[in-house]
Ligand binder design. Structure first.
Ligand code: PEP
Length: 250
């Protein structure tokens, strides 16, 4: 049995006061916490505040990105050891906004994935196709390549203690959620890939869906066999929506 996981990606949103308020509302919500895990990934400067707001609750926290090196002359970047010091459990790597707007390649994303693991953080590897790629019938191929870039030669069980989020780019922030069937098909493909190399890890790996998920669309998506929760953008900024998704996950 895979326990569902619901993670909020606040992106570049939130100020000091409202961040604490939102984090407290989530941590204090009536949710069946024994059967769902959760995390909040705020902007870097808010991590410590969110951590204080949710500590002693079942809600964890994480970051939206990290640098592939552990320290050095990389102005403006943040490295894994500091995220670990801040008590982060999760770090998102390869979000489509990072791939698209900041030019992160499959190879760089893989380096960040391993930097997270090296520092005892759980990487949430985001994969997903653009609309043009889907229309061209290439969704499976694109996602396979993104996963393969991390899996490499398959000699190491790299997805143990990791999470994958399938996030079709055309569904992120657009209000267009993938249908449960579209999402399930891709989740099954991803799980199949990992299972081929590592059957036990493939079976236990959490694969989250991300892309305009809301409390209303969550139940049908979460009911799919290979969907184990959600990576939530816009709806994670509204306590009621995020709590609704947490409830739908159980
Ligand atoms: C995301 O950015 O990871 C995401 C899923 O965003 P949204 O829920 O707003 O589509």
């Amino acid at each position: 049995m895979r326990q569902p996981l619901v993670v909020g990606n606040w992106k570049m949103n939130g100020r000091l006061g409202e961040a604490e308020e939102l984090a407290r509302a989530i941590a204090g919500a009536e949710v069946d916490w024994e059967h769902v895990s959760s995390g909040i990934c705020p902007p870097f400067p808010l991590i410590d505040r969110v951590a204080s707001a949710v500590q002693d609750s079942p809600v964890g926290w994480g970051a939206q990105n990290l640098h592939q090196e552990d320290s050095g002359a990389f102005t403006g970047e943040v490295a894994g050891p500091l995220l670990k010091d801040l008590g982060c459990t999760y770090v998102i790597v390869g979000h489509s906004e990072r791939r698209d707007l900041f030019g992160e390649s499959n190879e760089l994303v893989a380096e960040k994935f391993f930097a997270a693991k090296r520092n005892g953080l759980i990487p949430i590897l985001c994969v997903g196709e653009t609309e043009a790629e889907r229309d061209a019938g290439k969704a499976g191929e694109v996602v396979r390549e993104q996963v393969q870039a991390v899996l490499g030669d398959g000699k190491e069980d790299v997805f143990r203690d990791a999470v994958i989020a399938y996030e079709p780019v055309w569904a992120i922030g657009t209000g267009r959620t993938a249908t449960p069937e579209q999402a399930q098909e891709m989740h099954a493909l991803i799980r199949g890939l990992i299972k081929e190399a590592y059957p036990i890890t493939g079976q236990s790996l959490k694969i989250l869906y991300g892309g305009s998920m809301k409390a209303a669309s969550a139940p049908e998506l979460m009911a799919q066999e290979d969907i184990d929760g959600g990576l939530i953008g816009g709806a994670s900024l509204k306590a009621d929506e995020f709590i609704g998704i947490l409830r739908a996950a159980v």
